[in-house]
Each structure stands twice: as C-alpha cells, then as structure tokens.
Design a protein around this ligand. Structure first.
Ligand code: DOR
Ligand code: ZN
Length: 345
C-alpha cells in the first residue's frame, strides 16, 4: 500500500508551554491534529479556573479555535472540591492531571501524600471527570527504570480498586507491566503511548554516546518493553491511543550539565507512526490508535476531516530544528528511515 487516508488524528497529551515557545510550537500541532489535551505544568501551573481561562485565551489568541483544545487542571493537595467543580462545570478544564511531587518537569506542586486526594478522586468519579496520571513512584530508593511498575503496584492498583467508575488514563506508558495492567483492568482504565516510546528504547539514548534530546520521563526502557508497546499499539486495541507527550525545551536546556526531560516530536509524529505500523503490517489499525480510540474513551466527536499519507521510494528528509529568532527546539527523529510523508487533504 502506497497511500492511506485516515480520519484526522488527535493528540491526547501535549505540552504547549506559553509565550514565545507556545507561538513557535502550537501551530505545528494545529497543522496535523483535530483535538488535543493540553498539559498544565506551566510555571506557575494551571491550578484553577481563572488560570485555565487565561491559558486557553493565550492559546486561542495564538492559533485560533480550529484545533479543539481541552485543558487540564494541575492537581495539588490544596485543590478544593468547589474549585474543581467550578473549573469543570464552567468548561474551563476537561480533565485533572496528577503529577507525583517531583516526578518530572515542573511537578514541584504535585502530590506527596496520595491519601490526601482521595476525596477529590471520589468527587471526580461521581462527576465523571477524567483523571490523567503521570505514573511514576518518586521514592528515591526506587530505580528510575522501575518507577512506573512501582507506581502501579503501590498506588494505581488501589486507586482502581477504590474507584472502579473513575475514568483513568495512565499516560505515556513505557513498560510491559503497564500494558498488562491496563489490559487486566476494567474499561475505565486506558493508556496513552508516545511516538518516541514506540520508536526508541534506552539503547537509542545511551549507546554510542548519550543523546540528551531523547531524555524524557518516564525514561526510555529496554527493548522488550518497547516491543510490548508496539505490539499493543499496532493491535488497534481500543484501550490504547496516541498521546505524543510532545514536550519542547530549548536546545541549550537539553544539552546541559543537568538536561531537561522532554522530547518534541510533533513534526514527524504521524510519518514515524505510519512507518512503524507499516513495518508491522498493521496499517489498518493506525486510524484506531491515532484517531478513534482516544476520542471514544473521552466521548468526544470523531474528527470530520481526513489526512493522507503517501509512501515514496526515498526516505523523507528531516529538519533537525524548529527555529525562530534565538529559539531552537530539536525535532524528534527516529533512528530508522521513514518513507511516509503527510499530505494535506
Ligand atoms: O519528559 C517529560 N517532559 N515528561 C513529562 O512528564 C513532562 C515533560 C515536560 O513537561 O517537559
Ligand atoms: Zn507530558
């Protein structure tokens, strides 16, 4: 097959940032996707209705309202029930994001004591407010490669048991254990997967020299985990869908003594995914993963537009950077050739 047409995809996890970075990168998402869920880990974070309103306006002033944006509320231990209900029922936010304290970029207002948020989770369950989880155990005794599994064992299993009606997305999953956990849980438990966790593993990041632009959290894992992710994503299973976790940082903040976590993958996301699905002879499941499964889980309308991808004999050429004035952001580029390009319909 040399050409495919699929329903326009959605990105169920993206970091738009603010100010100049927002202006540079948000148009890239708009070029490709129909809908997106925008992360709240700004400095300072989006912790209430007022901040969400202001952020939504900043995004719409930048890219218009063609791309449907769904904001998230950054969960803190101080969030009150009335603040949450106000933000949700005013349509200022669509979902709540749980960051364990210190787990990742700008997570220092996150959750330290999970017991403290149980009443909020109960309220979310009653009101059908989706919970999006950065699932990593931040206990310093836990090895960084085991943090996802430990979070599932220590915390998520109990949350799922206590709140079976709560809609939970375990975000940017990276391990076979996470795949198995989602498969064995009820239908309210789903997972998003990033292009870079499907296309790269820890060898890509560490063999032959360290690649700071591949450093992200949860960190890339060993090959067998990547294989498990590819297997489930390409299967079309409706519990798994695309969330790019595209997370731009300035070039000099990545290439630093203490480099930031995050991979900016928006630009070549669909081309890379199509190549991966093609390699597995699963192009027929691409649309489920990128355009249907997430939208159905969140009970939102399926996009009306279609996109076309075309396969050529020659691999596509990647631009290394997205640049404007003195801002440089590295595009994620997989370490295999990609023969698929994206055409506008
Ligand atoms: O690699 C990551 N970068 N993981 C996250 O969870 C946050 C993100 C960011 O905001 O840079
Ligand atoms: Zn993220």
């Amino acid at each position: 097959m040399n050409e495919i047409n699929i329903i326009q995809p959605d990105d169920w996890h993206v970091h738009f940032r603010d100010n100049e970075i927002l202006k540079l990168i948000a148009p890239e998402t708009k070029k490709i996707f129909g809908k997106c869920i925008v992360m709240p880990n700004l400095v300072p974070p989006v912790v209430n209705s007022q901040k969400a309103k202001r952020y939504k306006k900043e995004i719409i002033d930048c890219i218009g309202d063609n791309l449907k944006i769904y904001l998230t509320l950054y969960l803190t231990e101080n969030l009150t029930k009335s603040e949450l209900l106000e933000a949700f029922f005013n349509n200022d936010i669509f979902a709540v994001k749980l960051y364990p304290l210190g787990a990742t970029t700008n997570s220092n207002f996150g959750i330290k004591n999970i017991k403290k948020i149980m009443p909020i989770l109960e309220l979310m369950s009653l009101n059908k407010i989706p919970l999006l989880i950065h699932g990593e155990d931040v206990d310093p005794d836990i090895d960084i490669f085991d943090r996802e599994k430990s979070f599932i064992d220590k915390y998520l299993t109990k949350i799922v048991k206590d709140f079976p009606e709560l809609k939970i997305t375990l975000e940017h999953i990276t391990t076979k254990e996470a795949v198995d956990f989602v498969l064995s849980s009820n239908n309210n438990i789903v997972a998003s997967i990033t292009p870079h966790h499907l296309a790269s593993d820890r060898n890509s990041m560490l063999v032959g020299g360290i690649k700071p632009h591949l450093y992200c959290l949860p960190i890339l894992k060993r090959r067998k985990h990547r294989d498990a992710l590819v297997k489930i994503a390409t299967s079309g299973n409706k519990k798994f869908f695309l969330g790019t976790d595209s997370a731009p940082h300035l070039k000099h903040d990545k290439e630093s003594e203490c480099g930031c976590a995050g991979v900016f993958n928006t630009k070549y996301c669909m081309q890379t995914l199509t190549q991966l699905f093609d390699d597995k002879n699963c192009l027929n499941n691409l649309e489920s993963f990128t355009s249907l499964n997430g939208t159905k889980h969140y009970q939102l309308p399926v996009n009306k537009k279609k996109i076309k991808l075309i396969k050529s004999d020659k691999p596509i050429k990647f631009n290394k950077f997205l640049k404007k004035n003195n801002i440089q952001i590295k595009n994620y580029i997989p370490d295999f050739q990609v023969f698929w390009s994206l055409k506008k319909n």
